[in-house]
Design a binder for this molecule. Structure first.
Ligand code: FPP
Ligand code: MG
Length: 310
C-alpha cells in the first residue's frame, strides 16, 4: 500500500498547480483505499511476483476518485467524509475538470501497462459506471422502484469498480478464466454489500453520531432499499414520501419523521441483512487453492463491507 501511495502521488504531478492541489486534497481526504487493497490482495492470493498490480490498482483508485469528484457536483454535495468536498472548496468547474484529468490519466497508465485485455476490462467498467449514474438519475424520485431495479443501480454505479479491482488482481496474476470470473464475482458481491450498508447508514441515527450526515438520499431523490422495504410496510410513509417527492425537498420535520419510520418498519435492518447475504456470497466465491492468510483477509474485507459502522 506504500507503493500504491507513492504511485498515486507520482501520477498526480502536473505543472498546472490546481491538478495536484485538488488531486491530493481528495485522495488524502480519509478514503479507505479499499479498491487498491483488493487488487493487491487478490494478486497476492495467487502469489503474484510482478509489479503491474501497483499501477493498475491506482488506475482503479483514480477512476473511483474521478467519479467522486463528478458525483459531488451532480449531487450538489458540499461535504464528503466530514470535510468540505472539492467542489465545496474549489467550485464545480474545477472539480469536473480535475475529475476528467484523473480519468484520462488512468487511461494513460493503462496504455503504459500495454495490455489490451486490461483496457477492455476497464473501459467496459467505466462505461457501466457512467450508465449506472444515468440510470440512477432517470429514477430520481421514482417511488415505484423495485428491489431488483435498486440492485441493478447498485451493481452498475458502485459494485462494478470493486469487481474491476479484484478482476485486475486475478488477471495480472495470470489466473485461468474460471478463477478470474469467480474473483470478479467476489468483488461484485462485496461492492453490493458495501453500497447496501451505505444506503442503510443514510437512515441510521447512530451513523450521524459517528459524523456521517444522514437522510440525504431521499432529499437527492434516491429511492434506496431501506426506503423501498419500509414503504411496502407502511402507507402513511408512502403518502409522506409522495409529498416530499412532489415538492422535491424536505420541509421542517420531514427528514427525522421519514428516518424514524424507515427504521421502525425494519427498512434499515432489511438492507443490512441483504448486505450480509452478499458478503457471505462473496466469501463463498474465494478459491479453495490459495494463500490461506490472504484468503482470510479477503473474507474479513467482505465482512467489513457489510458491518462497517460508518
Ligand atoms: C457515489 O454514490 C457515486 C458513485 C458510486 C459513482 C459516481 C459515478 C459517476 C458520477 C460517473 C462518473 C464517471 C466517470 C467515468 C468519471 P452516492 O452519491 O450514492 O454516494 P455518496 O454518499 O458517496 O455521494
Ligand atoms: Mg453522492
Amino acid at each position: 500500500m506504500q507503493l500504491v501511495d507513492t504511485c498515486i502521488h507520482h501520477n498526480l504531478q502536473s505543472d498546472i498547480m490546481m491538478i495536484p492541489a485538488i488531486g491530493h486534497y481528495i485522495v488524502n481526504s480519509g478514503g479507505k483505499r479499499l479498491r487498491p487493497l483488493l487488487t493487491l490482495l487478490t494478486a497476492k492470493l495467487f502469489a503474484y511476483q510482478g509489479e503491474r498490480h501497483v499501477p493498475l490498482s491506482v488506475v482503479v483508485e483514480f477512476i473511483h476518485t474521478a467519479s467522486l469528484l463528478h458525483d459531488d457536483v451532480v449531487d450538489s454535495s458540499d461535504h464528503r467524509r466530514g470535510a468540505p468536498s472539492a467542489n465545496g472548496v474549489w467550485g464545480n468547474q474545477a472539480s469536473v475538470l480535475v475529475g476528467d484529468y484523473l480519468f484520462s490519466r488512468a487511461f494513460q497508465m493503462m496504455v503504459a501497462d500495454g495490455d489490451m485485455a486490461m483496457l477492455k476490462l476497464m473501459s467496459d467498467v467505466t462505461n457501466a459506471l457512467a450508465e449506472g449514474e444515468v440510470l440512477q438519475l432517470s429514477r430520481t424520485f421514482h417511488l415505484q422502484m423495485t428491489e431488483a431495479e435498486c440492485l441493478e443501480v447498485i451493481e452498475r454505479k458502485t459494485a462494478v469498480l470493486f469487481k474491476a479491482a479484484t478482476e485486475v488482481g486475478a488477471h495480472v496474476a495470470g489466473q485461468a478464466e474460471r478463477v478470474v470470473v469467480d474473483m470478479a464475482a467476489y468483488g461484485m458481491c462485496l461492492g453490493v454489500a458495501f453500497q447496501l450498508m451505505d444506503d442503510a447508514l443514510d437512515y441510521l441515527a447512530a451513523a450521524e453520531d459517528a459524523g456521517k450526515p444522514v437522510g440525504h438520499d431521499l432529499e437527492e431523490g434516491k429511492i434506496t432499499l431501506p426506503l423501498i422495504y419500509a414503504m411496502q410496510q407502511d402507507q402513511a410513509l408512502v403518502a409522506r414520501v409522495e409529498i416530499v417527492a412532489e415538492r422535491g425537498c424536505y420541509e421542517a420535520g420531514d427528514r427525522e419523521w421519514v428516518r424514524a419510520k424507515v427504521v421502525e418498519n425494519g427498512g434499515v435492518d432489511y438492507a443490512m441483512q441483504r448486505a450480509k447475504d452478499y458478503a457471505e456470497r462473496a466469501k463463498c466465491l474465494l478459491p479453495e487453492q490459495a494463500n490461506v492468510e490472504v484468503k482470510q483477509l479477503l473474507a474479513d474485507l467482505a465482512d467489513f463491507s457489510a458491518h462497517r459502522p460508518y
